[in-house]
Design a protein around this ligand. Structure first.
Ligand code: MF3
Ligand code: CO
Length: 259
């Protein structure tokens, strides 16, 4: 049974979502050639702390970093380390925060310095696929309507969607029901109800859809080592249009440094 959130819980999800996006955008700006992925993660931990929140990822099933930083052929769950970002790399940054008991989860992919046109197209198509998916997150639709919109947009642009990792319900826990696949799998699909909060997160490959997990047991890479992009928002299903909760353009958000 998938539970809808009440007004109080939704208010908290709005706070967590706004903070998660504020951190994501702050940290994205710190990505540049020459910076190591650990430096990015340390900066992220300072940002998260500055907003009075906590990383939702650190310690999750033993996950060792505050964020996920996945470079080029890395799809998701990249672990921070001494790898230096190079000009033309694309970096998928995934930020999840816990604030007053609720989780906001979001991700984006950016190029360091610049990138070639086909790589920019991969990022644009992935972000657009996310928005196609979000547009189907309305009361009365089924999860599969989101999945189909994402898959259609990706495949009609010549890219592929990852099957092994999917979006998810989110709230007090990072992974709640239902799963939100980025492809149509033919299994029974739950109906969307007002008050559901879900993370939609297409992972899109330039080459084939196959992935594997590195020996570190976290980092997911493409089998063909071609690049991959990842965009994610936490959204609220309402009686009308979907509401993007990971949306930080709010003047009332202040870090410790400002207040
Ligand atoms: N957005 C990712 C997810 O929903 C982040 C999880 S990273 C983990 O699965 F390390 F916390 F697992
Ligand atoms: Co997620």
């Amino acid at each position: 049974m998938i539970r809808s959130k009440n007004e109080k819980e939704i208010a908290s999800m709005r706070e967590a979502g706004a903070l998660a996006n504020a951190v994501l955008l702050d940290v994205a700006k710190s990505i540049a050639p020459g910076v190591t992925t650990r430096e990015i993660d340390v900066y992220a931990s300072e940002c998260i702390q500055g907003y009075g929140a906590k990383s939702a990822f650190l310690g999750y099933r033993g996950y060792p970093c505050h964020t996920c930083i996945s470079v080029n052929e890395e799809v998701v769950h990249g672990i921070c380390g001494e790898r230096g970002i190079q000009f033309g790399d694309i970096i998928s940054l995934d930020v999840g925060v816990i604030y007053q008991g609720f989780i906001g989860d979001n991700a984006l992919t950016v190029a360091a310095g610049g990138c070639d046109l086909s790589t920019q197209n991969l990022m644009d198509v992935t972000e657009h696929a996310l928005h196609e998916g979000i547009s189907k997150a309305v009361k009365g639709n089924r999860v599969v309507d989101i999945s189909r919109a994402i898959q259609n947009h990706v495949e009609s642009n010549g890219f592929t969607v990852v099957r092994e990792f999917v979006g998810h319900g989110v709230g007090r826990k990072m992974h709640e029901e239902p799963q939100i696949p980025n492809f149509v799998d033919g299994s029974p699909s739950p109906k969307l109800k007002s008050g559901m909060t879900i993370a939609i997160e297409p992972m899109v490959n330039m080459g084939g859809p196959e992935v594997r997990v590195l020996a570190d047991q976290w980092t997911v890479i493409t089998k063909d080592r071609k690049p991959s992009a990842h965009f994610e928002h936490t959204i609220l299903v309402t009686d009308g249009e979907p509401e993007i909760l990971t949306c930080a353009i709010r003047t009332d958000l202040k870090t410790k440094a400002l207040s």
